[in-house]
Design a protein around this ligand. Structure first.
Ligand SMILES: N[C@@H](CCOP(=O)(O)O)C(=O)O
Length: 495
């Protein structure tokens, strides 16, 4: 399987090269040339096997320059009991007969990003070997809260790698910030940016395409790559859990093989819901893909009108990981829906860069309407969903999951669709204790990690082990920069 760029389909490379590069030189996203198809027999073969085996089999369809033995070993390392607090890895929890929740936060940093970021460092290390690379790779990350910590945890002390994370100052939760600034590892760095996530992401992309910076770093023995979902090595491990959830529902008698299921995904950078889209394109029986946003509702408007317009206020919300107005992975979706038309996609992206806005073709609008449904939920609705699930189901969910739960209800009301629906739970409620406590009627007595015990004592739920260990952990990083200063931070980090 070869990979090409969404902005230049003439570019061709193996998976190892694509994972190593992270982003194509032309600014496009590296994407598989063709989507492998799975059939009923393939799905049946996964029903009664462990998550690790499902992961190796699904990823093997795309990573044809990696052996099954390699992928299977990586999956064992990534998803073992020393990393995940649950044997099922990504368990599906039943809420009622037609509603299930896919819990993706049982990994070391309590967010869904672990599902890919426990895998990506292994894929990348193998890619360095396979391509005979002698330079050290520096992973640059922009985060709105969860990716940064998960990437640092995955890459900490991995040989031939360094990792530098930029997060929006005042744009992540206190627990998320504490997780990042206390990270262990000799090869890690983190810096707050005076701006929002879009500023941090734009800065990272600008540095990637700056030839002068690349040349300077090459002289020093470094090259840059990404651990954001612009890297294909981030998306692919995420495809696995949609297929796995389907297999669990069949195994547990909640679905018959071949029945359709909807997925409702809390969405920011569009990587997670894109993974669900790829699972559907591969042949997984999926009905609607429900895209849930917080009050940064650019995707809701886009899915309803075909006009993407980021010229609107940026809101800082209680679901910070979704505080995004430029959703990078939409580009891969547009590439697929346009029939891999690189020129068309490049046109949309150029317009976005110039005017902050583009309108897709009628053909793409029709495909979006057929496959997706978009909705958003504001702050009051998010709190109400947390309270409802806790009081009615005894189920404690975080602020991002609550957005998905609320939008799923909106979808059902608007359409009357009775299809079995899985909403995706992307983070532990313990990462957002203050908002979760308030939503269930408590007054937070403190801030950040001080609230872990209060949430535990109020709800009787378990504090994730690694979050509990943050209490009293010393801060290692205290760096802040202005937006234009990100370049200097990179050059200083890689001196
Ligand atoms: N929600 C993210 C933002 C970056 O998204 P990614 O999936 O491209 O890494 C975060 O938590 O940082």
């Amino acid at each position: 399987m070869k990979y090409y760029s969404t902005r230049d389909a003439a570019v061709r490379m193996d998976a190892a090269e694509a994972i190593k590069m992270g982003l194509s030189r032309d600014g496009g996203l590296l994407t598989p040339c063709g989507i492998p198809q799975i059939d009923r027999a393939f799905l049946e073969s996964l029903v009664n096997v462990r998550y690790q085996e499902r992961a190796a089999k699904v990823m093997g369809l795309y990573l044809t320059d990696y052996t099954y033995e390699e992928l299977s070993g990586f999956a064992e390392n990534a998803y073992g009991p020393e990393k995940f607090d649950c044997d099922a890895v990504a368990p599906v929890r039943t809420v009622d007969e037609t509603t299930h929740c896919l819990e993706l936060w049982h990994g070391p940093t309590s967010a869904f990003k672990d599902m890919a970021l426990q895998m990506l460092p292994q894929l990348l290390s193998a890619a360095l070997r396979k391509t005979g690379e002698s330079k050290t790779v520096c992973i640059l990350v922009a985060t709105s809260g969860d990716t940064g910590k998960a990437a640092m945890e995955g890459f900490a002390d991995v040989p031939q790698t360094k990792i530098l994370v930029f997060y929006p100052k005042d744009g992540v939760s206190k627990v998320q910030e504490t997780q990042m600034v206390t990270q262990d590892g000799a090869n890690v760095g983190v810096c707050a940016v005076e701006g929002n996530f879009d500023d941090a992401q734009a800065g990272v992309k600008r540095i990637f395409s700056d030839e002068a910076i690349r040349a300077t770093l090459a002289d020093r023995g470094y090259f840059l790559s990404s651990a954001n979902s612009i890297n294909w090595g981030r998306i692919l491990p995420q495809v696995v859990y949609y297929i796995s959830a389907y297999c669990d529902l069949v195994r547990d008698g909640k679905l018959s093989m071949g029945d359709k299921v909807n997925f409702c995904v809390p969405t920011g950078n569009f990587g997670d819901i894109l993974a669900a889209y790829y699972a559907k394109r591969m042949g997984l029986p999926v009905g609607k893909l429900i895209c849930a946003s917080n009050c940064n509702d650019v995707l809701t408007d886009f899915l309803r009108t075909g006009v993407y317009d980021k010229n609107r206020p940026f809101h800082t919300t209680m679901s910070p990981s979704m505080d995004i107005l430029v959703s990078s992975n939409l580009e891969r979706l547009l590439f697929d829906l346009s029939g891999e038309n690189d020129a068309e996609v490049k046109g949309y992206m150029d317009a976005l860069a110039k005017t902050g806005k583009y309108e897709v073709s009628d053909a793409i609008k029709a495909a979006l309407a057929d496959q997706f449904w978009g909705g958003f939920c504001g702050e009051a609705g998010t709190s109400a969903a947390i309270a409802k699930y806790y009081k009615e189901n005894g189920y404690l969910i975080d602020t991002h999951t609550a957005v998905a739960a609320s939008v799923m209800e909106q979808y059902r009301k608007a359409t009357g669709d009775k299809t079995v629906t899985v909403f995706v739970s992307t983070a532990s409620p313990y990462k957002f204790c203050d908002h979760v406590l308030r939503a269930i009627g408590e007054t937070p007595a403190g801030d950040g990690v001080e609230l872990l015990d209060q949430l535990h004592e109020t709800t009787g739920t378990a504090i994730p082990r690694r979050l509990a260990a943050l209490k009293g952990k010393a801060r290692r990083f205290d760096l802040t920069c202005e937006k234009p200063g990100m370049d200097s931070v990179v050059l200083e980090f890689l001196k």
